[in-house]
Design a protein around this ligand. Structure first.
Ligand SMILES: *Cc1c(COP(=O)(O)O)cnc(C)c1O
Length: 444
């Protein structure tokens, strides 16, 4: 009997696991992880799994990273937490300044929370409240793209278009509107991804023409719609969306919770959209990678114009939102250590080589397979769609991957790789090779 059995039983009895039908664990065992080291998670029997999805897209520089560990130890000896209303502390100030600088001081005001969904809620509330403060309270509806994912709290579900996560709660949600996605796969032959982006932008314009008076904001996942199955699209859509939002006086919220922190090849995905002369969103949401995958931290960066619309003698015109752990010093310190690694190791540049190598390995192994379509890549995200007869393909592939010591968790029939930024060539080879063999097993 593996020594982890009792832990698994205790977990099934006492822990209600997320995003899970608990009954499935009667047949699919939980994976007991006891240690992390670089790109690997180590289970109770000593097996090393390559973490091909960065533990749900959060880990950037490996598990138990020595530099982040050291920063946290240092912070632990100084201050673990203080409320952020009426108080401040060095890590939250330094982090806010650094993030403002990374936006070229276009989005210079950082509001903190803990989870991604809370950042979405904050951006939605801030947008609508900002319009209200400016005498336009009727602007309180939201637009998102078909297939959008912005979190699963009741407010965030209003802009999340994933039926599986939303349908059971539909009566609780004040739904926003969805507009067509610029998903590049829809282009087919004869049209380019940019053509498709322009068509989707026309549909957005038609919606705005009719509804701008009651619309507060458009929220988008820039360049890659993650939970929809790593749907990639042309940056032209975002340039056009920015212009349209300006024309129709609608805020633009860039949800970079998954695509921020270098994931798409630039620190902010939006850097691939904006020119030097502007074109930035009104809000950027960050979470997931910002703390290096260590601690729950999320934040919303906003522009001077938004900030100024709240700045007043009247309390009720302020943004009276809070969470108990807002701006937690340990989480901010982990984020600062993460940003230091970006700078010290020139991560954006070294990831370019890493991404190119990953792409090359994937094309070699999957490029010619008849059951693989739409092999696509954006920076450190790589994905393809599998044609399969297995209705439970995702679970079969996941289980086969575990046998081969790779952690990959397809979304539907889309297999994707979103590894930490520390994989060396050998680990990349192991990951792609494991995935190819897992695909054979899952398709058997
Ligand atoms: C994960 C994610 C969220 C939600 O973040 P949580 O921390 O899981 O609440 C929101 N938006 C996007 C784009 C995400 O990928």
């Amino acid at each position: 009997m593996p020594k982890s059995t009792t832990l698994l039983e205790r977990s099934r009895a006492a822990v209600w696991h997320p995003c899970t039908q608990m009954k499935h664990h009667e047949t699919l065992p939980l994976v007991p992880i006891v240690r992390g080291e670089g790109a690997c998670l180590i289970d109770a029997d000593g097996r090393r799994l390559i973490d091909g999805i960065s533990s749900w897209w959060v880990n950037l520089f490996g598990h138990c990273n020595p530099r982040i560990n050291a920063a946290l130890r240092d912070q632990l000896e100084q201050l673990e937490h203080v409320m952020l209303a009426g108080f401040t502390h060095p890590p939250v100030v330094a982090l806010s300044e650094r993030l403002a600088a990374l936006t070229g001081h276009r989005l210079g005001h950082a509001f903190y929370a803990s989870d991604g969904a809370s950042a979405t809620e904050i951006a939605l509330k801030m947008s609508a409240h900002s319009w209200r403060n400016r005498g336009r309270p009727q602007k309180n509806r939201f637009i998102s793209l078909a297939g959008s994912y912005h979190g699963e709290t009741v407010g965030a579900l209003a802009v999340t278009d994933v039926a599986l996560f939303r349908d059971a709660y539909a009566p609780l949600v004040r739904m926003g509107s969805t507009v067509p996605t610029p998903d590049a796969r829809l282009a087919g032959s004869g049209r380019s991804a940019a053509d498709l982006a322009r068509e989707a932008a026309s549909a957005l314009e038609a919606h705005l023409q009719q509804h701008h008076a009651e619309t507060a904001a458009l929220i988008v996942e820039p360049l890659v719609q993650g939970a929809a199955g790593m749907v990639m699209y042309d940056a032209e859509y975002l340039r056009l969306a920015r212009t349209l939002c300006d024309r129709y006086e609608v805020h633009l919220i860039a949800d970079e919770i998954a695509v921020g922190c270098g994931r798409t090849g630039t620190f902010f995905a939006w850097e691939q959209v904006a020119g030097d002369d502007g074109g930035w969103p009104d809000f950027i949401c960050l979470s997931k990678g910002i703390s290096g995958g260590y601690l729950p931290l999320s934040l919303v960066l906003s522009s001077d114009a938004v900030f100024d619309s709240f700045y007043d003698d009247t309390t009720a015109r302020g943004f009276l939102h809070s969470h108990s752990y807002t701006g937690n010093p340990l989480a901010c310190r982990a984020a600062l250590a993460t940003l230091e690694i970006f700078e010290q190791d020139d991560v954006i540049a070294s990831n370019r080589l890493r991404a190119a190598h990953l792409g090359k390995l994937a094309r070699e192994r999957f490029g010619d397979r008849p059951d693989v379509a739409h092999l696509r890549q954006c920076g450190m995200i790589l994905a393809f769609d599998v044609t399969t007869a297995a209705p439970d393909f995702a679970r079969r592939f996941f289980a086969a991957g575990l046998e081969l010591e790779v952690l990959l968790r397809p979304i539907g029939n889309t297999v994707y790789f979103m590894p930490p930024y520390v994989l060396d060539d050998d680990e990349m080879h192991q990951l792609i090779d494991g995935a190819a063999r897992a695909l054979d097993l899952a398709q058997r």
